[in-house]
Design a protein around this ligand. Structure first.
Ligand code: SF4
Ligand code: SF4
Length: 349
């Protein structure tokens, strides 16, 4: 979809709506995850507890008191261009390709008051994205397609940037902001939203994003670089079964080639963080997740060489990891718009 190159909104913004659509293909896990945020807590943002932020009116179906038409009212107003306030659009879940079939639909939200037919999730996005002052894809499904976009899927689903175009610009001139994770790490999301709110309030510079539209300060390092177990790795001391405190690479940890701060940051209030607490890094923040990293639970290719090489071959290892990281940062080629389904799906009927 063509993007609008020049900003149509004047900053600063003093009050706005957050219109949060959870009707992509997903489990609502990102909405649930965000309730655990502490830095800042979503309550602090919504209750005006953070100095300098615009006043925020949050509209999320998992977290709202309103239901039915009362809940949908601000979305319908925004659709018609009648919203009194500017709005940030948050999209949760991968975007199905509604063009790859002759009948039915993959995902919808609410119904058309005249026809009583369901309104497609893609139609909501088409209507709301052009006038949004910022668009945020929460979680890996919305950012890159995620689990639903695996090889062989029938929906042809994709990430929001695949759908809107990687060159999309909001009414305030901002690109889509991706905050991946399956689910999203709660503080990563709230910190990103807070940054955007300060930017829209005219108090922060343009948000720094990498080529995959992730905030650079959150996704610029690998999981391995922040892992509590990295000391074991460097002395080639590896866990051979779960329950060990040692490095998990031989059990299938991909941490050395994955852009993620979760081992460093923890999950909730600094506690947890996949490998730190005994779970392998399964690459959930990556555009190539899951296909480029399967099968899981196997020793990642190249890790034996990496492990054997140790410090003496550090530079070679870093270069090899860099190649794997570049590959893992590319989405599979079947995530795209258009009537052709190229996932490899085969109808069993
Ligand atoms: S457990 Fe994973 S992330 Fe941690 S040191 Fe080992 S390979 Fe790196
Ligand atoms: S450490 Fe790995 S599995 Fe855990 S959140 Fe980060 S990318 Fe996902």
């Amino acid at each position: 979809m063509a993007s609008t190159p020049s900003p149509e909104v004047t900053l600063p913004i003093n009050e706005l709506d957050i219109l949060w659509i959870t009707a992509g293909l997903s489990c609502d896990g990102d909405s649930v995850s965000v309730t655990a945020a502490q830095r800042p807590a979503i309550e602090d943002v919504v209750m005006g507890g953070i100095p300098g932020l615009p006043k925020v009116n949050l509209h999320n179906p998992v977290l709202a008191k309103a239901v039915g038409e009362e809940f949908l009212a601000p979305f319908r107003r925004a659709w018609r261009g009648e919203n009194q306030l500017p709005y940030v659009l948050v999209v949760e879940g991968s975007i199905p390709n509604e063009e790859v079939k002759d009948e039915g639909y993959w995902a919808a939200w609410g119904e058309d008051p005249e026809t009583r037919q369901p309104i497609l999730t893609t139609t909501w996005i088409d209507k709301l994205a052009p006038r949004a002052v910022a668009v945020v894809a929460i979680g890996t499904c919305a950012a890159y397609g995620g689990i639903h976009a695996m090889a062989g899927n029938p929906t042809g689903c994709m990430g929001l940037a695949d759908y809107l175009g990687w060159d999309y610009r909001s009414a305030a001139g901002l690109p889509i902001v991706n905050v991946p994770g399956c689910p999203v790490q709660p503080d990563n999301f709230m910190e990103t939203v807070t940054y955007l709110l300060y930017e829209l309030a005219g108090m922060a510079p343009i948000i720094p994003l990498d080529a995959k539209l992730r905030p650079t300060w959150l996704f610029g390092k690998t999981a391995h670089e922040g892992c509590d177990r990295a000391g074991y790795y460097e002395q080639s001391d590896f866990a051979l079964e779960y329950g060990s405190p040692k490095c998990l690479v031989k059990l299938g940890c991909w941490g050395p080639v994955v852009n993620c701060n979760v081992p460093k940051r923890g999950w909730m209030d600094g506690i947890g963080g996949c490998p730190n607490v005994g779970g392998i890094c399964m690459t959930c923040t990556m555009p190539g997740f899951p296909d480029k990293f399967m099968p899981f639970m196997d020793e990642p290719p190249g890790s034996s060489l990496s492990v054997a090489g140790g410090y003496a071959y550090g530079r070679v290892i870093r270069n090899l990891r860099s190649l794997t990281n570049m590959s893992g940062n590319q989405e599979p080629k079947w995530r795209h718009r258009g009537p052709a389904l190229t996932t490899g799906y085969q109808d069993a009927a």
